[in-house]
Design a protein around this ligand. Structure first.
Ligand SMILES: Nc1ncnc2c1ncn2[C@@H]1O[C@H](COP(=O)(O)OP(=O)(O)O)[C@@H](O)[C@H]1O
Ligand SMILES: [Mg+2]
Length: 328
């Protein structure tokens, strides 16, 4: 494989749900790449299509939903045309998912060591129990769990929420996947703990070359830690770029609004800016920019469909009137 081949390259992905109420365009033209050891933050309000994007990459979209268009290349291999079984094999061994609720990963009635060793041996049955145990101990240590020896003998309910999520991350890392998709895994936790867990996950991915997609509705969580950021709105990718570029000079009015609602970026004592209005329903979205009713820059032109443009190298924006050359 070419050194330059990104771990994941998603192009023009569209995943729609064909419901009785109409077609829900949950993911509608989303493109991004993640390289080895890189962290991509996938950000947007609830209902913007972040989870469906993650499930699409994993091949876990069930009827009435399906991928209607686009390409998902994993280590250079196209996944969308693979038979279900091949996709499942890749999913099990090379791509791991971490969910919002760690109990989706953890079995409540088994000790942590039992489940971790099982996870390793399901992948490679030649590993001895002793060797497996050693790897479990190391993995818990790596995600910042103190006295791993003792903790291995515990059951999931004996851990705090944050510790439970760390265990789920340790399990995801056990078999050294090429890609981890973490879907709002820390949302239920304190913001400081969220940042700490992402920091540890990022460090491990840097060391192992694992690519990480961190999905969150909260921009602050990924602000200091992601390499790149994708902003989604109503199923569409509206902005993408290097995290510093996007935070310093966001191009899309929606991204500006998101950053404006982050306290640390505001002057102390100033009222927190909130984007007016609500996310539109994704059923029968009128043509044109879906953000226009909430956008202070909207003009008649915005009734037409904006396409992605690249006003600067390595940056993308979907807007007729982006904030060009305007720092925050
Ligand atoms: N199984 C489904 N059937 C119909 N619509 C769905 C289904 N799953 C998700 N959706 C719709 O897809 C849109 C995007 O959902 P989702 O990806 O979960 O958003 P996010 O993760 O950004 O909160 C939502 O409007 C949601 O209602
Ligand atoms: Mg979601």
């Amino acid at each position: 494989m070419n050194q330059q081949t990104p771990t994941l390259k998603v192009e023009n992905l569209r995943t729609h749900f064909f419901t009785k109420m109409g077609v829900v365009k949950a993911v509608d033209d989303v493109s991004f790449t993640v390289g080895r050891g890189e962290v991509l933050g996938l950000v947007g309000e609830s209902g913007s299509g972040k989870s469906v994007t993650g499930f699409s990459v994993l091949g876990l979209v069930d009827p009435p939903g399906r991928i209607v268009e686009g390409s998902i290349a994993f280590n250079g291999q196209e996944l969308t045309s693979l038979p279900e079984k091949r996709w499942r094999d890749i999913r099990g061994s090379k791509i791991a998912m971490i969910f919002q609720d760690p109990m989706m990963t953890l079995n409540p009635v088994l000790r942590i060591d039992t489940q971790m060793i099982e996870a390793i041996r399901a992948h490679d049955s030649s590993i001895s129990k002793e060797e497996g145990y050693q790897r479990c101990r190391d993995a818990l240590g790596q995600v910042g769990i103190p006295s791993p020896e003792e903790r291995l003998k515990s059951y999931p309910h004996q851990f705090s929420g944050g510790m439970r999520q760390r265990v789920a991350i340790a399990i995801a890392l056990l078999n050294k996947p090429d890609l981890i998709i973490a879907d709002e895994p820390t949302t239920a936790l304190d913001v400081t703990i969220q940042a700490q867990i992402l920091y540890e996950a990022q460090k491990l991915c840097r060391e192992t070359g694992t690519a990480l997609i961190w999905i969150t509705h909260d921009l602050t969580v990924v602000a200091g830690l992601a390499d790149r950021i994708c902003v989604m709105y109503a199923g569409k990718l509206v902005e993408q770029g290097h995290i510093d570029d996007v935070l310093d000079a966001p191009l899309h009015p929606y991204t500006r609004g998101l950053i404006g609602s982050v306290p640390s970026r505001n002057k102390r004592g100033a009222a927190l800016y909130q984007i007016p209005g609500m996310t539109p329903s994704l059923i029968k979205l009128p043509p044109g920019c879906a953000f226009r009713d909430r956008c202070e820059r909207a003009q008649a032109k915005c009734r037409e469909e904006p396409v992605i443009t690249h006003p600067e190298p390595d940056r993308a924006v979907r807007c007729f009137f982006p904030h060009l050359g305007e720092s925050l």
